[in-house]
Design a protein around this ligand. Structure first.
Ligand SMILES: *[C@@H]1O[C@H](CO)[C@@H](O)[C@H](O)[C@H]1NC(C)=O
Length: 435
């Protein structure tokens, strides 16, 4: 992870220094609004498949996780712009692009740093059944000229003085298009439309890859300088947050909030963790140990806390810890739990819970150093593979690829403050949380 982070740091510094020109100054006025953060398997999602069982949905999510991480560990060359194949993320938002507003469903991913959509004409593009954005029909669409083009390996000066990009994923997926400036309009939860002008985004005219046909593109919520969060910057006080409802809470939507949000007097008091590797595009933090009962399992890759060893990721589903740490965790459970165990083909530790509630299982605590501890209740750590069996929803990670996925994040308000580089956890019933 250390070398990965160093590479990222170097690239990101480059990006930041070169982007000052290209990122158009935001118009004035502070913004604070919430949108529905739609899980791809929920009925509000265009990907919803009503015949899929919860277990099938789990397996699909785990497959996407594997694909997501394999892209990361195999190739880092385009990691700032497109670190993760877009179709591996779990949450979408509705936005409108341009003037008049053109509505699309778009993946919104904390693991990505670029905004792009497929545009007309799209000659050799992945199949998109949803209509594509037509820049010639938008009065606010502007291309970026070569002199303002980001000096990044994916970007180059194309024909007709247009800033162009071509990024390639290791699996052979790619997107080629035009660097553009557009107005984005968000459907806020309060019913108000929130428009932001001068957002840098990619207009893809040629693409290939394993995408869903209803997918229209991606909005990066990562730390890279071209992500939506970085571009909104001061207008949202460099803050965003989300509150994820459990997948089982059908009929409720998760919320994604931009700006500090109206959350006075949060109870319980938020647990704030410093973001490590400030120049990483990911929300990486330093995890010191994991605890069950009195047993403390030290995290691998422990250091003085300046380097991250785990990424908080809304796009990953499960959590991923090193083999040794996961085995330590399993030993720790066996010391405090006397329930009969069960076998599962995917998970390493399962209990028979046909006679008890899942709540009898102990909390898992994560110690982020300096007394900063987040307590994950059993519902965040155990997946019910059936009514009778619950399994520890943590899988062994590939080296350096440790993640806290969205299953563990459910029913927490996660607040990211990039002004002070902190991420906070506050336990919340997200079905009751109004952003
Ligand atoms: C929906 O889920 C069912 C059950 O897993 C599956 O057989 C079917 O192929 C899925 N449909 C689509 C369009 O993915």
């Amino acid at each position: 992870m250390a070398s990965l982070i160093l590479i990222l740091a170097a690239i990101t510094l480059l990006v930041i220094s070169n982007f000052a020109v290209a990122v158009a100054a935001a118009t004035t006025g502070k913004l604070s609004f919430s949108v529905n953060y739609i899980h791809r398997d929920s009925p509000q999602s265009p990907f919803y498949n009503s015949s899929q069982t919860p277990y099938e949905s789990l397996i699909a999510s785990v497959d996407r996780d594997r694909f997501r991480f394999s892209k990361l560990s195999n190739g880092l060359s385009n990691i700032i712009m497109a670190p993760i194949a877009p179709d591996t993320a779990e949450y979408l938002i509705n936005i409108a692009i341009g003037t008049p507003p053109f509505n699309i469903h778009i993946i919104a991913d904390t693991g990505s740093g670029l905004i792009w959509t497929q545009c007309v004409p799209c000659k050799n593009c992945f199949r998109q059944t949803a209509p594509k954005f037509d820049p010639s029909a938008s009065s606010t669409y502007k291309t970026i000229s070569c002199k303002d083009c980001p000096s990044l390996e994916s970007f180059f000066c194309g024909s007709h003085d247009k800033c162009s990009y071509s990024y390639i994923y290791v699996d052979g997926s790619f997107g080629n298009g035009i660097g553009s400036i557009e107005t984005l309009t968000f459907d806020s939860s309060s019913g108000e439309k929130v428009s932001v002008e001068n957002i840098n985004m990619g207009c893809t005219h040629e693409s290939k890859g394993l995408f869903q046909s209803t997918e229209a593109g991606i909005i990066g919520l990562g730390r890279g300088s071209l992500s939506l969060i970085s571009q909104l910057g001061d207008r949202i006080d460099n803050q965003f947050s989300y509150c994820l409802v459990p997948k089982t809470a059908v009929g409720y939507s998760s919320t994604l909030n931009f700006g500090p949000g109206p959350y006075p007097n949060l109870e319980p008091f938020p647990v704030s963790i410093p973001l490590a590797d400030v120049n990483s595009p990911f929300y990486s933090v330093f995890l010191q140990s994991v605890m069950v009962g009195d047993v403390i399992v030290p995290m691998e890759g422990s250091n003085d806390g300046s380097e991250g060893n785990i990424v908080i990721d809304s796009g990953a589903y499960l959590s991923y810890l090193p083999h040794t740490v996961l085995n330590g965790l399993i030993d720790a459970f066996s010391k405090v739990i006397t329930l009969p165990t069960a076998q599962d083909s995917l998970f390493k530790l399962c209990y028979k819970i046909d006679r008890v509630s899942i709540d009898v299982l102990p909390d898992v605590k994560m110690d982020f150093g300096n007394g900063v501890v987040v307590t994950f209740p059993p519902l965040n750590m155990f997946f019910k593979v059936s009514n009778a069996i619950a399994c520890l929803a943590v899988l062994p990670s590939s080296p350096g690829m440790n993640f806290i996925g969205n299953f563990a994040q459910q029913n927490f308000l996660l607040e990211y403050d990039l002004g002070i580089n902190m991420v906070s956890f506050t336990a919340k019933d997200c079905t009751k949380f109004v952003g």
